[in-house]
Design a protein around this ligand. Structure first.
Ligand code: MG
Length: 452
């Protein structure tokens, strides 16, 4: 074969590969559009990946037995902000805000469910069905301060929800948003036992969150005399700028955890307990660190365009999502950032193409040096268990980006280093790729330069 023949054959190969890529890209593009931006990036939805949630000791664990932290947004009282109870809004919260959970806060008093049961329930059902379709978790919140006075209505409502949706792992019941200063043992527990038992008669397994005394702060009191049913978590609420919701409240939470109950922050604000007033970003950060280190799931209050500082949206923001930064409030931007960083700290992988590579590879990260985030790509010729760890020069593990088994393929993930949750200092780091497969163990390292 002369050089021209070799050239032509080579050119032919290039053209063939080009068309193969074009042909293969088309269906892949369509599939990605179909399941756009799924958290975790696999073909499974977040709920398909994590399944039914259960309580194990003081943690909530997923179907694989791993502790799970859900991060997302609470909608505002349904009777006053019903416009955000729609599919497009929930889809935007999943795709753009990366929420893995949304809380549907059904107002009970003040013109809510007690007055208009059918229309208020319909809003909640819309959100439940959207979350099931979109593959995220949904908290069905009986948003009431006097639920013990509405026990019959609560039982009827939750039995309907359990009957229709109890088979879906997406659903989390929250049966009493915020009791006031009622006695745990004599007032709250009898109500909670009755409602929990009525749900368990229909749905034996889905997670139930119960309110705790003093607007869901006295989790320590509840932990001294917990409910005996299975899969119960306890609501902890805080408003970071309020003087009584700081370290003393975190101490109560630590007591409760030490006593062995699981907590769920179904609602918190960055502002005062009135839902208004100045934002306390420093205290919010302390709370974030506390929740992350104790693997506590959370929802922020709230998706609303009300003119108050806890509202995540500015007045007039669209009911259907699609919000630009200028339509999001200071609190909304702060929390959106926490949600994205928290939820994409999990492997944020995208299969780039279905062409199977010839060998194991770890590309140099791009960009490098980098300032806040960098893309990392690797290739697997066969199925392999991949561990992608970042180490400092002394060999200390800084973080694990990926630890999972993947089919053969090309993958990409991102290392975010300026997360408010775990900020990484500037310097040189070693990225170590370990792939365990039937071929053996492959190890590749790269140097990453983070410049701050
Ligand atoms: Mg169930």
């Amino acid at each position: 074969m002369n050089s021209i023949q070799r050239y032509n054959r080579h050119k032919c190969k290039i053209i063939t590969v080009f068309w193969l890529i074009v042909i293969l890209q088309i269906p892949i593009q369509c599939e990605q559009n179909n399941k756009s931006d799924q958290i975790g990036g696999s073909d499974l939805t977040f709920v398909e990946e994590h399944g039914n949630l259960t309580v194990s000791g003081n943690r909530i664990i997923d179907q694989n037995g791993d502790p799970i932290v859900l991060r997302g947004m609470s909608l505002f009282w349904s009777q006053w902000m019903g416009k955000y109870y729609n599919y497009n809004c929930i889809k935007w919260l999943r795709d753009d805000w990366k929420c893995t959970v949304v809380r549907a806060a059904m107002g009970i008093e003040s013109g809510g469910y007690l007055n208009n049961p059918a229309s208020e329930k319909a809003k909640i059902v819309t959100v439940i069905e959207a979350c099931i379709d979109l593959g995220i978790y949904v908290i069905v919140d009986w948003h009431d301060h006097n639920a013990h006075e509405h026990q019959a209505q609560a039982i009827a409502f939750f039995q309907e929800i359990a009957t229709d949706y109890g088979a879906y792992p997406n659903v989390i019941y929250e049966v009493f948003n915020e009791p006031e200063q009622d006695n745990w043992k004599s007032v709250l527990k009898p109500y909670l036992n009755a409602v929990v038992d009525s749900i368990r008669a229909i749905d034996p397994d889905n997670l139930i969150v119960v309110g705790t005394p003093t607007w869901s702060q006295d989790v320590d009191v509840a932990s001294q005399n917990p409910l005996t049913q299975n899969n119960i978590a306890y609501a902890l609420h805080f408003y970071a700028a309020y003087q009584y919701h700081k370290q003393t409240l975190r101490n109560k939470a630590s007591t409760a955890l030490n006593n062995g109950i699981a907590l769920f922050v179904t609602e918190f604000g960055t502002v005062m307990n009135t839902g208004d007033g100045p934002i306390d970003t420093a205290e919010t950060r302390l709370w974030m660190n506390f929740m992350e280190s104790n693997q506590i799931s959370w929802c922020n209050w709230s998706i609303a365009d009300k003119n108050e500082t806890s509202a995540a949206l500015k007045p007039g923001a669209s009911a259907n999502g699609g919000w630009s930064a200028s339509e999001i409030t200071e609190s909304g931007l702060l929390i959106r950032d926490y949600i994205i960083r928290g939820n994409t700290k999990q492997p944020n992988l995208v299969t780039k193409t279905r062409l199977i590579p010839d060998g194991f590879a770890l590309a140099q990260n791009y960009p490098n040096p980098f300032n806040s985030s960098t893309q990392i790509s690797f290739e697997l010729p066969v199925s392999a268990g991949v561990n992608l760890g970042v180490y400092d020069l002394r060999g200390n593990l800084i973080c694990t980006l990926v630890n999972k088994v993947f089919p053969a393929g090309r993958y990409q993930t991102t290392w975010e280093t300026n997360g408010a949750i775990d900020e990484i200092a500037g310097g040189v780091y070693i990225l170590q790729f370990l792939a365990d497969s039937e071929i053996g163990t492959t190890q590749i390292s790269r140097k990453l330069s983070l410049i701050k």
